[in-house]
Design a protein around this ligand. Structure first.
Ligand SMILES: *Cc1c(COP(=O)(O)O)cnc(C)c1O
Length: 404
């Protein structure tokens, strides 16, 4: 029997217009950080409704730059979730601070405010919450907890941590670009929010990311934004484009990093952002087709979707199968592969990886994270899928589950 055509997990969707915009930059004589990056930053800022966005070469860079600009390092602790991609936590380690994991709310993907509360100490300098699959964490609850523990916050004198009166709340919003919660778009929910434009994300620049900053109320907060900008390109007071237009002489005000976005990437991002509503509508259609198959079938737990005040960004469709253990799920994934259907798991909890085990983390300390992970399979969700493809995916899942 010939195999059916492959269903890929998350191929990028690049239109002729996207290609045209990139080619235009390639031919323009300016391909690295310049006017296009500026334009993309301004478009993102007005879409998110924040005063300032900084574009970078990844979300990982955004998270690390924030921690460094805040002066977080050895002796400090940053609380995050074990239920995420390694980038969220590895940056904490890279700046020399301690990764403190707080378990998820039972039967969800989201960091538990109650667990955060238990983990806050006088060393806690930031919390990085993650909007898994395209939905927000409970930010109002997290803020409430951080407020209640305000007395424990001791920012180091002279650092930009002092711009905040409690641990800095950072959103890893890599999955939630375009999501809305109580009429506020993702990017406005935390003190700072970080987005990813990696190839598999809702908007892609191949590799890329951005930080959205809230309106700066104090000089220190303004300085956080300008420091992140300086850090992103070697601490130079002028980057190459400005040197060309405003004179060659520049200063190195801090020893910075090499995290800048190029105009080629920005051109792709601009082109995708212009049609983002269509992208979201297309993803929603696929998501809702999965719901038709799984919502009313008691063997499955579908991901949270819309409710009155929350609008999903439809980044992933993580499906959970009630009676499954890890071994059943792994078998299901290989069966799907034999049907030429690519699936995935978001996420393997960080304490299950060698590098994190070596640092002393143990999955048995995060039972709710394990319970969410063990019976979860992420289904393909992208604009190259037809509704028939979705039906085929659902058919094979149900067939396997029925046979168990
Ligand atoms: C993709 C992703 C990242 C990393 O994004 P990059 O742009 O590749 O650095 C971080 N966190 C989460 C939750 C992600 O899914």
């Amino acid at each position: 029997m010939t195999k059916q055509k492959p269903i890929h997990f998350s191929p990028p969707v690049i239109t002729e217009q996207d290609i045209k915009e990139v080619v235009r930059v390639l031919k323009s004589g300016w391909i690295t950080t310049g006017k296009k990056v500026k334009e993309f930053e301004q478009m993102l800022a007005s879409y998110i409704k924040v005063p300032e966005v900084l574009c970078l070469n990844s979300a990982t860079a955004g998270l690390e730059i924030l921690l460094r600009a805040l002066g977080i390092g050895p002796g400090d602790e940053v609380i995050t979730t074990p239920y995420t991609f390694t980038a969220t936590a590895s940056v904490i380690h890279h700046v020399g601070a301690k990764i403190v994991f707080a378990d998820v709310i039972p039967d969800t993907f989201f960091i538990s405010p109650e667990e955060i509360k238990k983990k806050i100490t006088h060393r806690t300098k930031a919390v990085i919450a993650v909007d898994i699959a395209g939905l927000p964490c409970d930010y109002s609850k997290i803020k409430q907890i951080l407020n209640s523990k305000k007395k424990l916050y001791h920012p180091e004198t002279g650092t930009l941590q002092m711009a905040f009166s409690k641990p800095v709340l950072i959103a890893d919003s890599s999955h939630s670009f375009g999501a809305v919660c109580k009429n506020k778009v993702s990017g406005t929910w935390a003190d700072c929010s970080v987005f990813s434009f990696h190839a598999v994300k809702n908007i892609t620049t191949a590799e890329g990311g951005a930080i959205a900053f809230q309106k700066a109320k104090t000089l220190f907060q303004k300085k956080l934004i300008s420091t992140c900008r300086l850090f992103s390109l070697h601490g130079q007071t002028k980057h190459a484009f400005q040197k060309e237009t405003a004179g060659w002489r520049y200063d190195i005000s801090v020893l910075g990093y090499k995290f800048n976005m190029t105009d080629i990437q920005a051109a792709l991002g601009i082109s995708q952002l212009k049609r983002y509503q269509t992208i979201l509508t297309g993803r929603k259609k696929i998501f809702e087709r999965y719901l038709v198959h799984f919502l009313n079938d008691k063997r499955f737990i579908v991901p949270a979707y819309n409710h009155k005040t929350i609008q999903n960004a439809y980044h992933l469709f993580p499906l959970r199968i009630k009676k499954f253990e890890e071994i059943d799920r792994d078998l299901l994934i290989s069966l799907m592969k034999s049907e030429n259907i690519a699936t995935n798991v978001h996420f393997v909890p960080l304490p299950m990886f060698t590098a994190y085990k070596k640092l002393g983390y143990n999955i048995s300390d995060y039972p709710d994270t394990y319970n969410t992970y063990k019976n979860l399979i992420t289904l393909p969700l992208h604009l190259k899928l037809s509704l028939k493809d979705v039906d085929r995916v659902a058919f094979h899942i149900k067939k396997f589950v029925a046979g168990k």
